[in-house]
Write a new protein. Sequence first.
Length: 329
Amino acid sequence: MRSMNEFGNDLYTGKTSFPFVGRRRLWFIIAAVLVIGAALVPVFRPIQFSIEFTGGSQFTVSGVTAPDQTLATTAVQSVVPGSTTKVTTIGDDAVRVQTDQMTDAETREVTTALAEAYDVAESKVSSSFIGPSWGQDVTRQSLWGLAIFLALTFLILAIYFRTWKMSVAAIIGLVDVLVITVGVYAVFGFEISPAAVIGFLTILSYSLYDTTVVFDKVRENTREDGEKSGRTFGESVNLAVNQTLVRSINTTVVAALPTGAILFIGALWLGAQTLTDISLSIFVGTIVAAYSTLFVAAPLFSLMRENEPDIKERDARVLAAREKALATA
């Protein structure tokens, strides 16, 4: 059995090669199915947004001896029947309760009900209110942040690689990552909160880093295209992806392990639910980002360049020389 070093060396020299470019139609179909599926999920299961986006009332009960979440739900329902309630345990002795928007009178009554339910003084129950206009501001700023990020990404990549086609391929890869990650949130019913938005921007940055490394190798290989290298443009791109494959796998594993530990051990096992939003977005996004770079961005860039007249002519000469060599062999 080959070691990882031998496997990486075979990938780098071309002795072992995976058809990222050669079978790009299959990868594009799979990517399209994933993106369309993720985009359709909110139709059947609407995306859940946190109180920071929708507005509402929030109560924090501290100093509790038994942070039973059902007590909070029952207390809120006793005052405002039918109210949507989200209860989160904070540490070992605190509970956070988020509800629909309440009047001042309802807020006082819920405060009293929560204090009685958890057998604490009313002074241990703090309340706050987030209005819908503040939530709209948060939404608008988040969308502006995403738009500015994508615009700067397009501009910087176009300047660095000196071709807008790499920028387009990279941006499509980023959008692919974002849509699928949001789709996962909707499927499992997780809320999109400001922490999740930070996580989304973090994984977009990670995806951009991964794509830039691969594209840098693509640029290095494609400079040698033509009769001298004996490779077509698509073959040079595919070689570059294979040469950076082990690095992409290692980087993804290293990034996914700690966030996975935070998500599964800290958030789901130990109950540190405040870590769920950001750890889930980074964990899922890291994996999707690696897939998107290898199976979407790089093959798409090859497709966009192969129809250029000079590249088509050069590829034709390479293939003709290869056939001639086989005929005389």
